[in-house]
Design a protein. Structure first.
Length: 270
């Protein structure tokens, strides 16, 4: 009997399903087959001729302060996003991927504020996010909009705690919506070093993956549409052209907000 999943694991699985579906839609050479959730790796794709293990990983933001509570931060923002999605669902029925980038100033609130004050902030942000999404609803499937302070609408309507909102219509492509949050200025830069480190970390774990798979893929998820001040487009371009070494048969960088897939040049390590 399999152990019952907790709410955090259920949310994680849902998010990973949405991401792999977005990836398969964006990658024209994604093989036809049956995709199933797994533990190590995250997914197994069974095609007519082979079994492909697929692992997802992210270039996450970094924080220098040791007092930062990751769990409190994630719970705080998840509640905001869940409530925003619930408000939206009462008014609209299009399936969306909504990616909200919060500013650094919200991080201390996640740890230091509680009770009624925290609930008021969460409620206000949830209502603002749902309203902004409805006001900037991409009607066509595959269409996406970015609401940030470079636009008149965003400059006037974005709350001070939010830097940008990315909205993609996935109706007809996905059976689940995905609303999630991140802190834009803490996105780890897309560089040769950051990709190499991610590959190296995952290479060490590949020995524990399903041994029945004929191939193993690694998908590195990145989100640089926000153009945070630490994002360097020259370094990013260099990183996507670099020749890497990995124990994975194929390694990809997936820009989730732009739905762009870049197969990296790799040599197989034994």
């Amino acid at each position: 009997m399999f152990p019952e999943k907790n709410q955090n694991q259920i949310k994680k699985d849902k998010r990973e399903w949405t991401i792999i579906n977005l990836f398969s839609s964006a990658y024209e050479q994604f093989p036809i087959g049956e995709l199933e959730k797994s533990e190590r790796p995250d997914f197994i794709l069974t095609t007519k001729n082979k079994r492909i293990g697929i692992e997802l990983t992210e270039l996450k933001y970094e924080r220098g302060d040791t007092k930062f509570n990751m769990r409190a931060h994630e719970d705080f923002l998840s509640e905001i996003m869940d409530n925003a999605q619930a408000i939206y669902n009462k008014q609209k029925n299009l399936y969306l991927v909504v990616d909200v980038h919060f500013s650094d100033c919200i991080a201390p609130l996640c740890v230091n504020m509680g009770g009624d004050d925290a609930n008021l902030i969460k409620q206000g942000l949830s209502e603002s996010i749902s309203r902004i999404v409805i006001d900037n609803l991409p009607e066509a499937t595959g269409k996406h909009y970015v609401v940030n302070r470079t636009s008149k609408y965003g400059d006037v309507n974005l709350p001070s705690m939010i830097d940008a909102i990315n909205i993609t219509n996935v109706t007809g492509r996905q059976t689940e919506a995905l609303w999630f949050a991140s802190i834009s200025t803490r996105v780890k830069p897309l560089t040769v070093q950051s990709i190499s480190q991610r590959i190296h970390d995952k290479d060490k774990k590949i020995v524990g993956y399903d041994a029945t798979c004929d191939n193993q893929w690694l998908i590195i998820i990145q989100n640089s549409f926000l153009m945070a001040e630490k994002y360097d487009p020259v370094a990013a371009a260099r990183a996507l052209r670099h020749h890497y070494h990995s124990r994975f048969d194929k390694v990809f960088v997936f820009e989730r907000s732009e739905a762009q897939v870049t197969p990296l040049i790799t040599s197989k390590l034994i």
